[in-house]
Design a protein around this ligand. Sequence first.
Ligand SMILES: *Cc1c(COP(=O)(O)O)cnc(C)c1O
Length: 501
Amino acid sequence: MADTTTLSGNRGLAIEEPLIFELGHPGRLGVDLPEPPPVDEDRLKGCRRQAPVGLPDLSEPQVVRHYTRLSQKNYGIDTGFYPLGSCTMKHNPRLAEKVARLPGLADLHPFQPQSTVQGALEVIDSLAGWLKSLTGMPAVAMTPAAGAHGEWCGLMAIRACHEDHGQGHRRRVLVPESAHGTNPASAAMCGFTVDSIPAKDNGRVDLDALRAKLGDDVACLMLTNPNTCGLFEREILEIAEAVHAAGAFFYCDGANYNAIVGRVRIADLGIDAMHINLHKTFATPHGGGGPGAGPTVLSSALAPYAPLPFVVHGDKGLTLVEHAADSGAKPFGRVKGYHGQFGVFIRALAYIISMGADGLRLASSDAVLNANYLLAGLKDVLSPSFEGPCMHECLFDDRFLKDTGVSTLDFAKALIDEGYHPMTMYFPLVVHGALLMEPTESESRETLDQYIAVVRGLAERAKAGAAESFKAAPRFTPRRRLDETLAARTPVLRWKPEAAE
Ligand SMILES: *Cc1c(COP(=O)(O)O)cnc(C)c1O
């Protein structure tokens, strides 16, 4: 194998970047400030700092290089193909970015008088209008800051509604075993107990098992549709009927809404609450934890419990209702400071308006088409977990790697050397060694063909007995295999100066 070490630690033009504190040199300055005038009186009354403040001292070019290099280490959808499954990586049109940077929107302050931010309230209100018409749902809580937060918001509304109707004993939440980890976590945070429902061999919820779990202590079902195996839950109407007959609500995890926008009206499926990950469906660059927004659409039964604040139309234009007493409803509280993720709202609204209803429908169709194109191009060399076509993502398991000595993890690491962000690995948990691939709908056919050729090549190499080279991957990254357990258990989050003598 070629030696990949260099004297400097750099590789080609990919330059090692120390922490900014390690780059600093005491006394070096990037600005030229006038000497402060002398003060006779110690206005700090003896509270003056005793030790240096500990900020790095750098020249301007050093600072510019540092942050420019860091920005280049950021792999994103603008850099290359990003087939990460479950967490849809949307293309972020420059138009949406440009609109979000308009000073009239970007420079607002959340404490401004409402009369001076009527346009901003209109952004929130118009986006809410779009979300309601796309889903057919009568209400939407706009303030949740992410998908998981939207789940929690929907569950809080469900809890409040049950309590209001003397059904506070309903504390059990049913969650399919393929669910995203946030589902049981949100339910637990709301004080519910979580009961899991098995999947059938075709990757969908087992309706009989679900029926057997229903009872008068069940608060709701949380179901993802399309589910995390990339499959549409075909029995969703029967599922909704069974859940409602048991007096429970039907919560839908809408993180995969990108696959069905403009094609499926959520209200027609019997869903009572669903969060929409704006960052996975309507633009907004995200990853590594943010930013996002998770507005939650609600049925008329749950709408009165929606959290504060919300926008209403009044005599003086648009008004934010901030207090329960003014709301005419029974809001369960607030989920967030201020008014929601406004920067994400702007991008989502710009995206929706620029696409139009026909464009949104086309985008969800393309998302499904692209995923099926990958599935068709790979199914004879990898092992698809389920029969038939998929929705917006295609799921494989590790049967194709049997007896090769190569694991899903090794396979993903080899993909990094080839210049691709890996697919989602080991999720969902319902199949062994999962490889979940979701191509962004805006990818060209050439990009998909190139990716298919690389994955096919790697699969053939693995089967031909190249386990060694897979174990050594990634070879071309600045950092190679990390001890992820150590990093998770004992993270080093603080920089300490070298012990001063
Ligand atoms: C991404 C995702 C979530 C959580 O959304 P966040 O915005 O990351 O909190 C929940 N469920 C599914 C299926 C997801 O893909």
